[in-house]
Design a binder for this molecule. Structure first.
Ligand code: SF4
Ligand code: SF4
Length: 369
């Protein structure tokens, strides 16, 4: 296993971490938790020492399963995470006691008296992050002072420049973000800023929500010069970024663990800009995709969220299913398709589009679905 240092800490963590949201569904349903716990134990055997869990994963059983495994290894040999935010407590205005109960439940389920990385979970944008900072951050600090959590981290779906704003506060030891061969342009400046500020960077969704393995011909270029499969190569693409500490792999079977381990064998780390250069020189088939570079946004007189709409249109190009645009807008960006109709076709964005995309035409198409 290849290990990296987690930010400015002295923790050495495996380049792939175990994502625990994919324990076998049938086993979970049938209550065969010990059987599911064989996965983290096998991952541990293979050198994976970072296990990422949360309430609600796997019908709210992931922490329980992960705790069964955690109780069977030396506690200090594994780094375990969990998460909390305003939307996970079942009440519109959660109090400090509600947060405390949630943390105590996570500790109890994980059969431990501390969590190594506790996430301020799923900050969708700067507004939601600010609200959490005002009302939740001091709870995290108290929990840390008590020794219940070791490191305060956040997880986010923000874009690069918003992530930079959060990173600049210096309030977090690390972050968890989605990053992959499809969306790297959106997040690259964010991971660079976090790394430069001594934070650990953990990546979820390295397979683009299944989009990459479902379109192997499009992403075949990632495997060039290797004996890796497309999903393995997509993991390696992420893990080879010097700025990224851990790439999470969601594993249902021991074969999935083996795949993830193989993906980082003899890993060579490179700065993000070099990784991108290396792969972009091969990725000619992606020319009609928006890369999320963001160059188009600045001059838009109507403030249209062009990269988000174009990212959603990517899903259509990759799958040939138009409804995927709407799913992406709704589930990932929380955007109404009708906002695409606010474009007045001034053409400014198309002049600055690095991919020379027909943005106006695509926006029109999206608003009329
Ligand atoms: S063409 Fe439309 S989306 Fe592009 S800058 Fe003009 S108004 Fe904005
Ligand atoms: S400039 Fe083009 S490629 Fe870059 S984000 Fe905008 S639409 Fe996408």
């Amino acid at each position: 296993m290849y290990y990296k240092q987690y930010g400015n800490t002295d923790m050495m963590v495996s380049a792939v971490g175990l994502g625990t949201m994919r324990y076998d569904h049938e086993d979970i349903k049938a209550g065969r938790f010990s059987k599911c716990a064989e996965i983290p134990l096998y991952a541990f055997e293979k050198g994976i020492n970072y296990w990422d869990t949360a309430p609600f994963y796997c019908d709210d059983k992931s922490e329980i399963v992960t705790g069964i495994a955690l109780s069977q290894v030396k506690r200090s040999d594994v780094y375990v995470t969990s998460k909390v935010n305003f939307n996970t407590l079942g009440t519109a205005n959660p109090t400090r006691d509600d947060f405390r109960r949630r943390l105590e439940t996570s500790l109890e389920r994980l059969k431990t008296d501390y969590i190594d990385f506790y996430h301020m979970w799923c900050m969708l944008n700067l507004d939601s992050w600010e609200k959490h900072m005002e009302q939740l951050y001091c709870f995290f600090e108290e929990a840390k002072a008590e020794g219940l959590i070791r490191n305060i981290v956040f997880s986010s779906h923000m874009q690069g420049n918003d992530i930079e704003t959060v990173v600049d506060t210096g309030k977090f030891q690390g972050m968890l973000i989605g990053y992959n061969a499809l969306n790297y342009r959106f997040r690259q400046s964010g991971i660079e800023a976090a790394h430069a500020n001594g934070m650990g960077v953990v990546v979820m969704n390295p397979l683009g929500g299944g989009m990459i393995p479902e379109n192997p011909e499009v992403f075949q270029y990632l495997t060039e010069g290797t004996d890796l499969t497309v999903p393995q190569a997509a993991l390696r693409f992420v893990a080879s970024h010097k700025e990224i500490t851990i790439t999470l792999a969601g594993c249902t079977t021991k074969e999935h663990v083996d795949d993830a381990v193989k993906a980082v064998e003899n890993l060579e780390e490179m700065p993000a800009k070099d990784v991108v250069k290396k792969y972009e020189s091969k990725g000619i088939s992606l020319n009609n995709l928006c890369t999320g570079c963001g160059y188009c946004v600045k001059g838009c007189p109507k403030g249209v969220a062009i990269p988000k709409f174009m990212d959603s249109y990517n899903q259509y190009i990759l799958t040939d299913r138009k409804k995927e645009i709407l799913t992406r807008l709704d589930m990932h960006w929380n955007l109404e398709k009708d906002l695409a109709g606010e474009c007045i076709a001034c053409g400014k964005c198309e002049k600055s589009c690095t991919q020379h995309l027909p943005i106006i035409e695509r926006l029109k198409e999206i608003s009329s679905i």
